[in-house]
Design a protein around this ligand. Sequence first.
Ligand code: PMP
Length: 305
Amino acid sequence: MNLPEYAYFKGKIVPYAEAQVGVLTHALNYGTGVFGGVRAYKNDENGKLYLFRPYDHYRRFLSSTRIMLMEFDETPESMTQHTIDLIRKSGYSEDVYIRPLAFLSEEMIGVKLHDVESEFSIVALPFGKYVSNDTNAHVTISSWRRLDDNVIPARGKISGAYANSAFIKTDAVRSGFDEALVLTQAGHLSEGSAENIFMVRDGVLYTPAVYENILEGITRRSVMELAAAELGMEVVERPIDRTEIYICDELFMTGTAAQVTAITKVDHRPVGTGMMGPVASKLRELFFDIVRAKNPKYAAWNVEV
Ligand code: PMP
């Protein structure tokens, strides 16, 4: 991977090589960090970059820091400004992915959350697709289970919890799949390793509710709103059984990295017709126009860099 030239670290923009931590750093040993993932998209008509819903991303990020007892004198607006400053300083003029990270930064031994110093950093780097087959992904149901809220809360986007996602993703990819969906301890569908999941059955759009150990995705929220407002669909949050996705009409995943990725096969079974369906297709079209600031109705979701 090409490393970025700059990072926001300890309150200022520094050369990336200076954004370093020691091996005793609390978060490196115990997974006590929280992170985010934001994208900025280029509008090729005016050449400008636009962050997609950064205030919502940073609101979730700061909520995650609260769950982990970190205290920062920052707001979604100030974090967005640091991000804009970093992208400008880096001189990017293509699509970029932004990774904010807050972490217990003290170099010490001791498993706890209280009375430990914390820091945050931001990096930004050019980024394309995360799931390469984004119109025809083949997924499996992972043999791993999703972390429960009373184990490590998924809504916290906590670094340590992503060991669970890493097990899920590696086993899927090594078995020849693009991604895996993971079940809760109760056996309901939760989400992908880094994506929320949606199912269409008989014209209704279903997605697991926030109590199914999902990350409360910003793309998820956007797609729910678009399906209702633009496609006139009923959108229902409820538990989804494993076998429902064997007989549903459409299945797709959403996420900042994965964007809107159509799933056309689950464990070698075709989903619906076995091709990307009309709902995923229309939502992708709407989504890609909106993120590139080409739909004035949703301009409030775009923040110019
Ligand atoms: N679930 C998990 C586990 C994730 O890591 C992500 C990516 N942040 C998502 C869902 C999608 O969330 P968002 O749309 O906010 O990127």
